[in-house]
Design a protein around this ligand. Sequence first.
Ligand code: ADP
Ligand code: ADP
Length: 232
Amino acid sequence: MYRLTAVTKDYQTNGKRVSALTDVSLTIDDGEWLAVKGPTGQGKSTLLQLLGGLSRPTSGSILVSGEDLSRMPDTRITRLRAETIGFVFQFFNLLPTLTAQENVEAALVPLGIRSSERRRRAAEALDSVGLSDRATHLPSELSGGQQQRVAIARALVKEPRVLLADEPTGNLDEDTAAEIIDLLEQRWRSRGLTVVLVTHDNAIARRAQRVAVMRRGRLTIAPSQTSALPDV
Ligand code: ADP
Ligand code: ADP
């Protein structure tokens, strides 16, 4: 699904250069579940943003199904994000003035799907995360776990090939976190999705097939069952 070769990402802040990613090479297979872990400030979010086409590498190449993200025109990247890549975030990122149903439908607007079809598919997606009875609620009327379910429905309603999740359980209690991970795992198994999930939690990282451990912008791969995952 992805092939990263010698990817570096630098940021300029106050005239100083910070290297958020340094010489990262990585292949992520179709249908793989990869966890990314490491302490704060090591480049995990930067890696996810690059995989999602939300920013571009300073150097190196990122192939998505053979196409080079670092050379793609903006319009092509926008389309790739709309069709192929679903995002889930720590703080859900739902639009506060839209209902659960409208938040999910919003993901289908850029695909040019007509409104009756959008309504039908969004209702189905909400049903599949167990939230049919909350369709007309605003995000502020839902619990954290319910909001994250809406966000998952929004990410998956377009049937993407990739799901990128940045600490999707970081703001949830342990039981709710476990439910959310179970839900993601079900979807991953049933749809052949490729999942890249950033987490601080070793128990969650171990659910993945491989774990990418990030330290100061460098990445090493560990099998998920190793006893040597860092405690952060
Ligand atoms: P995480 O919660 O994954 O540890 P951070 O809190 O470090 O992520 O960063 C959250 C977001 O803010 C990221 O999208 C990152 O790109 C951006 N960010 C992090 N550090 C800075 C910074 N020094 N200046 C500007 N943006 C930053
Ligand atoms: P993590 O997700 O592991 O917490 P990030 O990818 O958010 O790490 O950040 C890695 C490094 O890059 C940090 O030093 C952070 O401050 C810096 N950084 C991230 N995003 C930005 C940005 N937009 N502008 C400047 N510095 C950033």
